[in-house]
Design a protein around this ligand. Structure first.
Ligand code: BG6
Length: 508
């Protein structure tokens, strides 16, 4: 196995003493991601000894009952074996208070509980609130926390809030939510989470691009022909039909997750790794994406909805047959877009994006397709065309980076083959059990907002997709369902690239 330089890394500092308050704590996110992530942080000695968790949700339950519940859940969702000592330490500092977040009494009760917890665990009255509720409560919770003084930072104490997606459902609602929240707290207290930024390979994009000298010179319109970003899922909407009907693939994946990938791929080098320096550059890219003119929406934005399909061992329902979905639904479960970034580095280089549910393979990747070399050297040989160089950043499930280049196939005749040079994360660094939330929770506890979305970034993302949302709303799709579950989306997605003389990189 190749050697790595992990030993050169320095161990991070222990997070600040604090209380994490989870709203909507009986939901899936808490058991699947938040507790397993906190457990991993404790195991890595990154949590302060002076740490506590207060959970709240509408369900009425005692702290003891809640502790029993999470002790069952952790057995299923922990990413590595649970060590009883660490888990016991956790339980002793986990509290539960049921309440209705629209009722001011809930906040008074929370305030009293926090005062007690703070006293028992010496948490320096630093609090961060994780809003894992339905999005229509975000503004209200922050307002009510503010009203009872739980957002006030004084005597060196900090107060922060992590907000889950979706952040608004269009530009106007995102602006309104930002304005509402900012009446209570400052931008630096707000941590808008995008779990894509918790993925190692996404974070590695910054290191790959700016920690190496050889890539930047070719990372521009002179050398890059186009960029393809794919986020494909094999699952359908599962139990989330109700939510998905209000969102659809475009809102669910594009202005947030896919635009994070676009901005990290396309941004200029930041002047430092300071949170605002990095986010300034990401925001500039988002502002430089030219919104698709309404008359081009139907050709540059493809929508699809899966119908029933079969694979080797499963019959898959069509989207309209899923629980919680309108049998005549016009909600899209697939989207493909052609975007142009109107700046010096990327002028004329299309960025093709696609994402969808019930596709044949779970894969998220960024493929940078380089321009081809001139063919003239091979004019007198049987070589008819040169394959282009291609760099693929594999985000999941097999994290790594691969580079394709041409090589001579051994033998007396000049023949060219395409070969791949592969870097695989696991080979070099082993597998590190992770939920993807560890780094994000830790960063919030140390006050580093680099990997969180700023208000202007969220709004810029909505601005880009707004014309598509508008045109799609005005012209409902007539051909849904237009792809069978288990296939690569509607044929229009192929045509989107074919019109430009290109094709999606085959993913097998
Ligand atoms: C979520 C979307 O934000 O991201 C889901 O709401 C989607 O619909 C999920 O399945 C994809 O995340 P990941 O990490 O599995 O690629």
């Amino acid at each position: 196995m190749p050697t790595s330089n992990t030993e050169q890394q320095t161990q991070g500092r222990v997070a600040d003493p604090c209380v994490m308050v989870i709203f909507g704590a009986t939901g899936d996110l808490t058991k699947r991601k938040l507790f397993p992530a906190l457990y991993n942080l404790a195991k890595s000695n990154l949590l302060s000894r002076e740490f506590a968790i207060v959970c709240t949700s509408r369900t009425d339950m005692t702290t003891e009952a809640f502790r029993d519940l999470i002790s069952q859940d952790i057995k299923t969702y922990a990413t590595s074996a649970v060590e009883p000592d660490i888990w016991e330490w956790f339980l002793q500092r986990t509290y539960y208070a049921g309440g209705d977040v629209t009722n001011p009494e809930c906040y008074q009760k929370l305030k009293d509980l926090l005062a007690q917890v703070n006293q028992s665990h010496g948490t320096h009255a630093n609090y961060f609130y994780y809003l894992a509720t339905a999005p229509n409560f975000f503004g209200e919770i922050i307002r009510q926390l503010g009203a009872v003084g739980l957002m006030t930072e004084e005597n060196g104490q900090w107060r922060r809030v992590i907000i889950e997606k979706p952040f608004g459902h269009d530009l106007e609602s995102a602006r309104a939510l930002n304005a509402e929240i900012k009446q209570v707290i400052n931008e630096r207290q707000i941590y808008r989470i995008d779990h894509y930024l918790g993925k190692e390979t996404v974070q590695n994009l910054l290191v790959f691009r700016f920690g190496n000298g050889i890539f930047d010179p070719v990372w521009n319109r002179r050398y890059v022909d186009h960029v393809e970003i794919t986020a494909a899922e094999t699952v359908g909407v599962e139990k989330r039909g109700g939510y998905y009907e209000t969102s659809g693939a475009l809102r669910d994946m594009v202005p947030n997750h896919l635009f994070q990938l676009v901005s990290l791929t396309a941004m200029e080098p930041p002047i430092s790794f300071d949170a605002n320096a990095v986010r300034d550059e990401q925001a500039k890219v988002l502002h430089a994406i030219s919104p698709i003119p309404p008359e081009e929406v139907l050709t540059r934005a493809v929508r699809g909805q899966y119908g029933p399909g079969d694979d080797d061992d499963e019959h898959m329902l069509g989207y309209r047959q899923e629980t919680g979905v309108n049998p005549n639904s016009t909600t899209e479960t697939f989207v493909a877009l052609k975007l142009m970034i109107d700046n010096w580095r990327w002028a004329g280089v299309p960025f093709y994006l696609r994402t969808g549910k019930r596709l044949p393979k779970r894969v998220t990747e960024i493929a940078i397709q380089f321009k081809s070399a001139p063919l003239m050297l091979f004019r007198d040989t049987p070589v008819e065309r040169l394959r282009t160089n291609r760099l693929v950043i594999h985000i999941q499930p097999d994290e790594g980076i691969s580079l394709r280049f041409g090589a001579k196939i051994p033998g007396p005749i000049m023949r060219l083959g395409a070969v791949e040079m592969d870097f695989n994360y696991v080979d070099y660094f082993g597998s590190v059990p992770s939920t993807g939330y560890e780094r994000l929770l830790y960063d919030c506890m140390v006050g580093d907002a680099t990997l969180f979305q700023r208000a202007d970034m969220v709004e810029a993302g909505w601005r880009v997709i707004e014309p598509v949302l508008d045109v799609w709303k005005a012209l409902p799709p007539r051909s849904f369902p237009n792809y069978a579950a288990g296939t690569w989306g509607p044929k229009e997605a192929e045509e989107l690239l074919a019109r430009d003389g290109r094709e999606w990189r085959p993913i097998d």
